[in-house]
Write a protein that binds this ligand. Structure first.
Ligand code: GAL
Length: 977
């Protein structure tokens, strides 16, 4: 069939849509009541007899060079490939994945975008003038599928997500055009439909003018990436539904349901609201196709994320039934405190992007469900839908399982800051000519989600688009329609005041403490509820110091909490199981592994960050109040502590407690701890939610701690030698050497080892050199003195080896000679061959550093060497175990043991040396070269310097001090083998 290409709407600034139907609430009608009630929120769009899901394998033709698609094209003679719909081109071999954070992938010249010319010179403050590689164009993809339409109905096609824009054609005719990637676009196909084999053709452009408003930090994918639904409607049908409500002073609610029929219908409309003792039903006749139905004096159970009570709303006309669940909630802001249903709430949140390692933006509803269930499992109560609307299913599921939502509009103009003259972040937000584009996005945001607003606790205007009259116009628009407060981080620093909740990203704990005290220099933070739309950047090893934030969140009522950045790493999975990130796909500009910043790996396996979060977001917080008392803080707002059971264990003795603590209260419980003594004594607690038997937290309270060894002096054992000043212990056919460097002062830089976002601090230490200055070799004792230089610092290290009954007592003292700043680590590194694979240690059971330790407990642990490091997509320092009392490495025949003397140590066990690790970029670079053991006096904390505060001073160690590390090395033969 022949088609004439539509005019270049995608590059026409004055056109954001052609023949697109007005936005309406997301809902799925059925022809019968039974059908509507018989489906569920996940399956209804696939089950409905009024909807045909057009997902499947479509014909696809990809044009690298858009000029290759002629103005008139013939679908009968075109060469077609096959492509799954929904999907993203770049994840299916069309173009390459491209990861960019804050830049446009084209020259900044709004509203102009590349059309038919190649992308050439490209300016940004990050890379100045970069040439795009050859063949970079505003690529386009042509899609085709066929469907039948045998009934005499109205056919509306509904695209739930297409990037960047879509031209729709049917049976040789142009139907319409739409932009805004994450928003539903609907078109009426009826006038061009035929009973059989309708040819639906869509053209998707890589970029449109709207791309200036979609500069989000993510892989920049394209395609029809969400479900395509063909709605088979009656000539008169339910067009739109809104559900509004108000709470009166007496606590009763009035619900108003607004229904609009298409075709100016006069059919009687039945509306019912039922559940939890409410039975309301009204049949009414619309006027001009509209009706507003009111149910008064409703005595409802309000919805909250802890107890998500929903009511059944059914709206019907004789041949169309829409069943949806709705909740009631009441939001009030008083004296800068946010109240939900008259209770203070804390946001324990995450930022959620749509990301799949095999499908880019495309997530199945099962995958969305998996993410939301993970949130519940990890004690998250809020999702910010960064930085666009999610599939509507996410909102419906959140209202059912209980998660608060900060619903964000599809808006980010970040490239204005990185590419405009003089970093003008506000460039587009201030340009009046863009106002209709901004407001249109807000109208559609609200329009689609208004019926699904139950879990929404804030509207968000968007992300990082600066601020100006356009964001203000969005704010004013939504304020006229909704009582739900608005957050927009970009507005906070400007004068527009386009926000109800003050919002910030990545401030320090010290800064938000000032806000808590209402003494922030940024006055706007003090007079409204305040929250962190992003904090605790979870890139690589980390995030450090999450507990610091939690302390402040709980201390101050005006601080609502925040959403960790972000839930899941973005990366591309390959058949061999490897992952790639920015720069690995031939990108001419990219932001490297900045996309690997999630609490969960792309396959949704938890990283340590997820465990840190789970513990930090725990519902019940336990602390010792006195020797025989614990204080329990119930951090929930609507749930009694009685809904949990705590199973305690101390010195082998077990007992349980049902902690009757009211929401948001603390209470002291007396407990029988038995004999504590003066040795290591820990009270271990496992907290279960009784209803689900879910383990919500594991906590450990340290009652007493003592590491005391009384080594008996002997001559140095025969197996001990000094080779070139380094200790070597030879035992039978195995030996333990030192690694390089032996006195280790650095770590392989983590992503968070950055200062002010840019300066990598750790590599400067990699030049470490150690030179022996003095050696004393005696029968019972050897002493080696060295000078260690690194990062322009000079230290003296004195190592003493003393003979013991069955081992060697090592004392290493480091003294500053000429130093400045902080010392990342002080440890001793050893090497065994890789047959030593069995690890037993008594220390923290999870990866832990001084500022990320509370999620772990001291326990006896068994592990293999490979499991002692984390699977960060970009290898880096990981796997430290704090508070280690002893560690044993065995190859089945021989066991080497490192034992603390008076103070526990930090244990590092890796299959490669720390120096080798510094050179690795991907997991495939990991080559096992031995078994490496590092016994450290300390290692600095992790912080969140990749995009936030670097390691705090209190989690760092001054270089100008003397430090002493002591441990015993012993060895034994395994008699059984
Ligand atoms: C924020 C931004 C996020 C993400 C994050 C860093 O500034 O809003 O989209 O880029 O930084 O990972």
């Amino acid at each position: 069939m022949k088609y004439k290409k539509a005019q270049a709407y995608y590059a026409d600034f004055n056109t954001i849509e052609v023949n697109r139907l007005p936005i309406r609430s997301y809902f799925i009608p059925f022809t019968t009541k039974k059908g509507a009630l018989g489906s569920d929120i996940k399956n209804k769009r696939y089950d409905s007899d009024k909807v045909v899901c057009l997902n499947g394998i479509w014909d696809f033709a990809y044009y690298d060079n858009p000029n290759d698609l002629l103005d008139t094209f013939d679908t009968d003679t075109m060469k077609w490939d096959k492509l799954d719909v929904p999907s993203c081109w770049q994840f299916n071999g069309y173009g390459n994945p491209m990861y960019l954070n804050a830049r446009y992938p084209f020259r900044f010249n709004p509203p102009k975008i590349p059309t038919t010319e190649p992308v050439t010179k490209y300016f940004s403050y990050e890379t100045w003038f970069t040439h795009a590689k050859e063949g970079e164009y505003n690529h386009l993809g042509v899609y085709r599928t066929f469907f039948n339409a045998r009934e005499d109905k109205r056919y509306i096609i509904s695209f739930l997500g297409v990037c960047s824009c879509i031209e729709v054609y049917l049976n040789g005719e142009f139907i319409g055009y739409s932009e805004e990637s994450h928003m539903t676009s609907e078109f009426d196909l009826t006038n061009h439909i035929k009973p059989e084999a309708n040819e639906l053709v869509c053209i998707v452009h890589r970029w449109c003018n709207g791309s200036y408003l979609e500069c989000q930090d993510m892989f920049r994918n394209n395609g029809i990436f969400r479900d395509v639904l063909l709605k088979v409607e009656d000539k008169v049908d339910i067009w739109d539904i809104d559900f509004k409500y108000k709470k009166a002073k007496d606590g009763k609610y009035t619900a108003t349901i607004l229904v609009e029929l298409s075709g100016n219908g006069k059919e009687e409309i039945e509306v019912s609201l039922t559940g939890h003792g409410i039975e309301k039903n009204i049949i009414g006749t619309p006027v001009d196709g509209k009706i507003s139905v009111e149910f008064k004096d409703l005595d409802v159970i309000e919805w909250n994320a802890e107890k998500p009570t929903l009511y059944d709303l059914m709206v019907s006309i004789p041949n169309s039934y829409v069943y949806t669940k709705v909740g009631f909630k009441n939001i009030k802001i008083d004296d800068a405190i946010y109240y939900l249903n008259n209770k203070k709430i804390k946001i324990r949140g995450v930022n959620h992007h749509d990301t799949s390692p095999v499908n880019g933006y495309t997530m199945t509803l099962d995958e969305i469900e998996q993410d939301l269930k993970l949130c519940k499992e990890y004690n998250v109560n809020t999702i910010r839908t960064s930085h666009y609307q999610p599939d509507p299913y996410l909102l419906e599921l959140a209202s059912e399982i209980g998660l608060y939502i900060v619903d964000e509009c599809d808006l980010e103009a970040h490239g204005c800051r990185t590419q405009s003259f003089l970093f003008n972040f506000n460039y587009l937000s201030k340009k009046r000519s863009w106002m209709s584009h901004y407001v249109n996005r807000m109208e559609r945001h609200y329009g689609r989600d208004k019926l699904l607003k139950t879990p929404i606790i804030m509207w968000s205007l968007g992300n990082e688009s600066g601020d100006g009259c356009n964001t203000m116009a969005m704010y004013e628009w939504i304020k006229k329609r909704s009582d739900i407060p608005v957050q927009y981080e970009g507005a906070v620093y400007n004068r527009t005041k386009a926000y109800d909740i003050a919002s910030q990203m990545y401030p320090s704990v010290a800064d938000i403490t000032l806000v808590g005290e209402r003494k922030s220099k940024t006055k706007q933070f003090n007079d409204r509820p305040y929250w962190l739309c992003e904090y605790a950047h979870a890139m690589g090893t980390g995030p450090g110091n999450l507990e610091g934030y939690m302390d402040v969140f709980y201390k101050y009522d005006n601080i609502m909490g925040g959403c960790i950045w972000e839930m899941v790493d973005h990366a591309v999975l390959h058949e061999d199981g490897s992952y790639t990130y920015g720069g690995d796909h031939g990108e001419w500009i990219h932001d490297s592994n900045f996309c690997c910043d999630g609490l969960f790996y792309p396959n949704r396996m938890p990283s340590t960050g997820a465990y840190i979060m789970k513990h930090a977001y725990r519902p019940l917080r336990l602390e010792l109040a006195s020797e025989r008392e614990i204080r329990i803080f119930n951090t929930l707002s609507f749930t009694s502590g009685k809904e949990f059971r705590i199973d305690f264990e101390i010195n082998g003795k077990e007992f349980s407690l049902i902690p009757d603590v009211k929401p948001l209260r603390k209470k002291i419980f007396e407990i029988d701890l038995g004999e504590i003594g003066d040795k290591d004594c820990f009270l271990n607690a496992k907290i279960y939610e009784i209803k689900t038997n879910r383990l919500v937290d594991e906590a450990q309270l340290i009652l007493s701690e003592e590491i005391r060894l009384k080594p008996k002096k002997m001559p140095l054992p025969e197996e001990f030698k000094l080779v070139d000043g380094n200790p070597v212990i030879e035992f039978k056919d195995s030996k333990i050497n030192t690694s390089i460097p032996y006195s280790i002062l650095f770590r392989a830089g983590t992503d968070n080892d950055k200062e002010r976002f840019y300066f990598k601090t750790m590599p400067k230490w990699y030049d470490e050199k150690e030179k022996i200055t003095e050696t004393f070799i005696g029968k019972e004792k050897c002493v080696v003195k060295t000078i260690v230089t690194a990062n322009k610092n000079t230290f003296e290290v004195e190592d003493t080896y003393l003979g013991l009954e069955n081992g060697v007592f090592v004392t290493s003292i480091i003294k500053p000679i000429s130093v400045s700043g902080f010392l990342p680590r002080f440890g001793k590194a050893f090497k065994l061959d890789s047959s030593f694979d069995d690890v037993t240690y008594y220390g923290r059971d999870k990866e832990s550093y001084i500022d990320m330790v509370d999620h772990s407990k001291i326990a006896l642990c068994h592990s293999k060497v490979l499991d002692m490091v984390e699977n960060n997509i970009k290898p880096q320092e990981s796997g430290n175990r704090m508070d280690t009392r002893y560690a044993e490495l065995s190859n089945g025949k021989v066991t080497y043991r490192f034992e603390a003397v008076s103070e526990a140590f930090n244990l590092g066990i890796k299959p490669y040396s720390d120096l080798e690790l510094t050179k690795m970029l991907h997991r495939k670079d990991e080559v096992r070269s031995g078994t490496y053991i590092t016994i450290s006096k300390f290692q600095m904390g992790i912080g969140t310097g990749s995009c936030g505060p670097s390691t705090l001073k209190e989690h760092s160690y001054y270089a100008d001090r003397e430090y002493k590390l002591q441990f015993i090395i012993s060895w034994s033969e395994n008699k059984d083998k």
